[in-house]
Design a protein around this ligand. Structure first.
Ligand SMILES: Nc1nc2c(ncn2[C@@H]2O[C@H](COP(=O)(O)OP(=O)(O)OP(=O)(O)O)[C@@H](O)[C@H]2O)c(=O)[nH]1
Ligand SMILES: [Zn+2]
Length: 338
């Protein structure tokens, strides 16, 4: 689990008046008895949290949101404060009273016109895009949208190309040569999965979200990475994937440390909240030139965007601008191709 440190949300701090050292009114209980939990899955308003008190006790606690959270959503990957009956005994229900500040947010909205931002996973370090080289055919539109979601949410993207035993990856690699992305390969020969060790190393001690279409081999990877994934959740047996019927994300503890978050049923990301400027964080080489863009520039091809002159004068490569604009185009409209 991540260290909690000073990550607790600052709402408490904000209610304190200026210079006075004490709050005039106490707006919240202290919850001195709260325990820390890590949200591993959500099902119909019930949050399954791993409470890890070291050797003393590691247990799964079911909790609901406390009213004092207001409209703030709790997501898989959140580190939370839990009060009430946090024994983890069956038929107990604890309450989540605080959410720690998030280091990253992977958002999902129902579609691109749905501006209510739904958080799919909080605090993930990496977004692992699982894509088969063949069967099903790779869809670059999907990969592009995943990349945009990762960059905008402050996750590092990793592209895992599966079925490398069946097709040549050259074309796909070329398409992503000019974007910030790490690429891994896996292949399957009978029950042996080539490349799994490299992937294991990449995931170690990190929180990684796995996304991919049906048939790409995501389950094959999860099962290789997390033996007993079907039965063990959060490193504890008893609450198994078999019993996990919702389409919520599900965090599985890696034997080597770290977590993989499986996302059954996730086929796309809503990108309604992402702007061209959000995407520029992954294109630092282009960023500086945009100060010369006209106000409100969307940095698209047909606009009087300063990026064209910047590239023409050798400030950045044409390939980088082309890649940027390709990713940018995935923000436009609703893509239904996946
Ligand atoms: N040749 C080859 N086959 C693979 C590879 N990885 C997975 N497969 C096969 O592809 C099929 C789909 O793999 P799954 O792991 O079930 O795919 P998935 O992405 O989890 O798909 P869903 O379970 O439908 O979500 C299975 O028959 C696997 O054995 C690979 O690297 N090479
Ligand atoms: Zn511009």
């Amino acid at each position: 689990m991540k260290s909690l440190g000073d990550r607790w949300d600052n709402d408490d701090v904000r209610v304190r008046p200026g210079r006075s050292s004490r709050p005039r009114t106490k707006t919240r209980p202290d919850h001195n008895d709260a325990v820390d939990g890590f949200v591993i899955t959500v099902d119909r308003g019930r949050y399954t949290c791993l409470v890890d008190e070291g050797r003393k006790s590691q247990r799964l606690v079911t909790a609901m949101r406390a009213r004092e959270l207001g409209r703030r959503g709790v997501a898989v990957g959140d580190v939370v404060n839990i009060v009430g009956d946090a024994s983890g005994n069956s038929d107990t229900l604890a309450r989540i009273v605080r959410i720690a500040d998030r280091t990253s947010v992977l958002r999902r909205s129902a579609d691109d016109t749905d501006t209510a931002e739904r958080i799919l996973v909080a605090n993930a370090d990496q977004l692992v895009i699982v894509c088969a080289l063949v069967d099903p055919v790779p869809r670059t539109g999907f990969i592009d949208r995943c990349l945009v979601a990762a960059y905008a949410g402050h996750l590092d993207p990793v592209l895992v190309l599966t079925k490398a035993d069946l097709a040549d990856p050259a074309e796909l690699i070329a398409a992503y040569a000019d974007v910030k992305l790490s690429i891994q390969f896996t292949a399957k020969h009978d029950d042996v999965i080539e490349g799994i060790e490299d992937l294991r190393k990449l995931l170690q001690h990190k929180v990684s979200v796995l996304v991919g279409h049906s048939g790409v081999g995501k389950s094959t990877l999860v099962n290789a990475l997390v033996p007993d994934a079907d039965r063990a959740v959060g490193g504890l047996s008893g609450v198994g994937k078999g019993r996990h019927t919702s389409t919520s994300a599900l965090a599985l503890q890696l034997p080597t440390g770290g977590w993989v978050v499986d996302t059954p049923g996730v086929r796309s990301f809503g990108l309604a909240h992402v702007t061209a400027d959000d995407l520029l964080v992954a294109f630092e080489d282009l960023l500086q030139a945009t100060t010369r863009c006209p106000p409100g520039c969307g940095h698209g091809e047909s606009e009087s965007c300063a990026l064209d002159a910047f590239v023409a004068s050798g400030g950045a490569t044409d390939a980088r601008l082309t890649s940027f604009r390709r990713l940018l185009s995935s923000l436009a409209g609703v893509e239904t191709d996946f």
